[in-house]
Design a protein around this ligand. Structure first.
Ligand code: ATP
Length: 369
């Protein structure tokens, strides 16, 4: 497949599993759409993260694009060429999986060169390309070792070298860092971004880790129940989740149901027992609003002050995290509120916490159901 495509187009890509295919009503079991109408254009050179909770259809999407799973509906195009009818080897995409799947009895160099050998590339060229790929992942000095003699992070880099050595137009990665410990994961994250930048190829990266998606991707595709919830840049998805499902997934742990008690053209005033929020950016609201706020957006109000945007709540418990603490609060209408802030407060005490108006997301209440 040509490496110089301009656009990878996913056109209503759908994959269903199960279903009996039998005709009488009694025999029929509905097929479940693991991936339901994924629609997007990916430009050459982009780093795209598919993000969502377990079972949302991320791996199914990747496997459909790789050619490991046939589509139930829709099509996949590289520019004007339809590719979803081609077998995986003709698509020629590079794949990196969670379990690196290296051949244990082959040296690093042989593992990396295997795909080229299978493609009938001459030995001298294999040697040059393997060396180049191992240089890129900074493992050239380990080329004669066996995978078992390498650390987890090094093995994962061999898997990346093996994927890029065939010079694929698209590199597909399925949770490639989830087997690594936290420190290595952070290191490999920046490695992957560097390798992507140096290669200038397109990368599609599956993860359930928000931080990974936010730090790596040019654009994030947030999925839930096989459906795309939002496609946007990291600041868009982080700061302006398009619905409550995305907000929840992006770390907005607090949800309050409040009344709209006033509004102008751009903002609303929201209130509830012990709650007063003024100047909140409007998002299609009617009489009631579901409000989402991140724990880290709050500050604890000093005694005696009555700031405009505040919530009064009772402290239930406190977890100490060094500079900050995580306060578990209970609002006057019995909603749990997580507040991560500096300051002191003890269980049983009633405190006020404030939040900047532009850090409050307000959605129409109907969305909550
Ligand atoms: P995870 O992060 O846990 O890997 P995921 O987001 O990658 O999850 P998928 O593996 O794509 O999710 O699965 C999506 C849905 O499709 C799930 O409900 C899963 O049970 C179902 N599914 C996946 N593969 C099959 C299969 N071969 N047969 C039947 N159902 C399947």
């Amino acid at each position: 497949m040509k490496p110089d495509f301009k656009t990878l187009r996913l056109d209503r890509v759908t994959r269903r599993f199960g279903g009996t295919g039998k005709t009488t009503e009694a025999q029929q079991v509905a097929a479940v759409a693991a991936l339901d109408g994924l629609q997007m254009d990916i430009a050459r050179g982009e780093f795209i993260a598919l993000l969502g909770p377990s079972g949302c259809g991320k791996s199914t999407a990747l496997n459909c694009i790789a050619g490991l799973l046939p589509l139930s509906d829709g099509g996949i195009y590289l520019d004007d060429h339809r590719i979803d009818t081609l077998p995986p080897e003709q698509r020629g995409f590079g794949m990196v999986f969670q379990n690196y799947a290296l051949f244990p009895h082959m040296t690093v160099a042989k593992n990396v060169g295997f795909g080229l050998l299978m493609r009938g590339v001459p030995a001298a060229e294999i040697q040059t390309r393997v060396k180049r790929a191992l240089d890129l992942v900074q493992l050239a000095q380990h080329m004669n070792k066996l995978p078992g003699q390498l650390s987890g992070g090094q093995q994962q880099r061999v898997a990346i070298a093996r994927a890029i050595v065939i010079e694929p137009p698209l590199i597909l990665m399925d949770e490639p860092l989830s087997n690594l410990d936290a420190k290595l994961r952070l290191e490999m994250r920046s490695e992957i971004r560097r390798i992507h930048g140096e290669l200038g190829r397109t990368t599609l990266y599956v993860t359930h880790d928000q931080d990974e998606a936010l730090s790596l991707a040019d654009r994030i595709v947030v999925m839930k129940d096989g459906k795309v919830q939002q496609i946007g840049t990291p600041p868009e998805v982080y700061g302006q989740p398009s619905n409550l499902a995305v907000a929840r997934f992006m770390g907005y742990r607090n949800e309050l149901v409040l009344d709209v008690v006033g509004q102008d053209a751009q903002t609303v005033t929201l209130a509830g027992p012990g709650v007063n929020l003024v100047g909140i950016p409007k998002m299609r609201l009617n009489g009631r609003a579901a409000v989402s706020i991140r724990p880290e957006e709050f500050s604890i109000c000093a005694d005696g002050t009555t700031p405009g945007n505040s919530i009064s709540a009772r402290v239930e418990s406190v977890e100490y995290y060094g500079r900050e603490s995580l306060f578990m609060l209970r609002t006057q209408d019995n909603t749990r509120l997580y507040v991560r802030a500096e300051g002191k407060a003890s269980p049983g005490e009633t405190i006020r916490v404030s939040v900047p108006a532009d850090r409050v997301l307000a959605y129409s209440f109907e969305q909550v159901a």
